[in-house]
Design a protein around this ligand. Structure first.
Ligand code: BGC
Ligand code: CA
Length: 327
């Protein structure tokens, strides 16, 4: 009798630990659901969670750090095993880390990099992303390559490149470093870039379109030789404004090269139509699946030291995408 009881008990224990292994519950906050790139990211995370048999609960932080902080508290109270956080304000991540640490829950940050001194305050805090310097450099290189064989784009023949810069959100690592490194790559390629105007359009197509419209009116399209945008949505906004002024509609005399970053489907389509010059693949699939895989390993208490660099990071590379190389 006792023996049967023991066997049954062992069986129950074995079953419950096995149920835990593929019952990992992940709580994930996304800074803003309406962000086109983060939609790709979310889809990748959902697909990977399904593969791993993990439960993924996603929350829309609506671009509000206070809302996100509340969602994190709720996830912890509801007993999630691990958090994947796309911060609204990457500088305000200490609070999230403190809460996760107090609850003993690992936290994987994505897409918006917390400062190293904040990340270092918790041994179970990680970051998965892509190096912004890389995307800026590739963007500058692909524009330089094009301009070298299209000298007609030096419209005022001053051997310099008069360009408009459309920037993402203030303080975002991708806004700061993409802006800096795209210009650096142009210089390294022997082009002298002159920024006529730079504006923050918050990664947003409509904001970028309105700004570009205003620039076209005030500067005149004949005085703009290129548009560099920190992401595809803003590049597409610029393209819309140009098209409304009969630019980038197929007439080579009326074309301004526009470059973006992300390789979102709508940008690839615009490139196929000849409306946009190029983009850089921001690998949402790679980053999303790596985030879920790492989160599951952490939730299961596995050793992740071989998965990360410098104890905390997973870097997913960017790739150049130009016309005719549709992915
Ligand atoms: C992407 C942008 C996106 C932003 C959100 C960047 O890496 O290129 O499209 O809006 O992340 O944080
Ligand atoms: Ca010029």
């Amino acid at each position: 009798m006792r023996k049967i009881f023991m066997t049954a008990l062992i069986l129950v224990l074995a079953l419950s630990s096995c149920a835990f292994a593929d019952g990992v519950k992940i709580g994930s906050c996304i800074y803003r659901f309406s962000d086109a790139f983060m939609l790709r990211f979310r889809n990748a995370m959902s697909a990977e969670s399904a593969k791993e048999g993990a439960e993924l609960v996603l929350a829309d932080s609506q671009n509000d750090q206070t809302i996100q902080d509340g969602q994190v508290e709720e996830f912890i109270a509801n007993g999630v095993n691990v958090l994947i956080i796309n911060p609204v304000d990457r500088m305000a991540t200490q609070n999230i880390i403190d809460k996760a640490k107090a609850a003993g829950i690992p936290v994987v940050f994505i897409n918006r990099e917390p400062p190293a001194d904040i990340l270092s305050t918790y041994d179970k805090a990680y970051y998965i992303g892509a190096k912004p310097e890389e995307s800026g450099t590739i963007q500058g290189e692909l524009l330089a390559e094009y301009l070298k064989s299209h000298t007609e784009h030096d419209k005022n023949k001053d051997k310099k490149l008069q360009f408009v810069m459309l920037m993402g959100e203030n303080g975002h690592q991708d806004m700061i470093l993409r802006s800096e490194y795209s210009v650096k790559a142009l210089k390294d390629a022997g082009i002298e870039p002159v920024q006529i105007v730079g504006a923050i359009a918050n990664w947003d197509k409509l904001q970028a379109m309105n700004m570009m419209n205003a620039f076209i009116m005030s500067i005149g399209p004949e005085n703009i030789e290129a548009v560099i945008a920190n992401n595809d949505e803003m590049a597409l906004g610029a393209v819309e404004a140009l098209k409304a002024n009969d630019y980038n509609k197929g007439n080579p005399e009326m074309y301004i090269p526009v470059v973006g970053v992300d390789a979102n489907a709508s940008a690839l389509e615009a490139m196929d139509r000849g409306e946009m010059l190029g983009t850089v693949l921001n690998d949402a699939d790679g980053q999303g699946s790596a985030a879920v895989k790492l989160a599951v390993m952490l939730a299961e208490g596995k050793d992740v030291s071989k998965e990360v660099t410098d104890g905390k990071y997973i870097w997913i590379p960017y790739q150049k995408v130009t016309r005719g190389e549709k992915k």
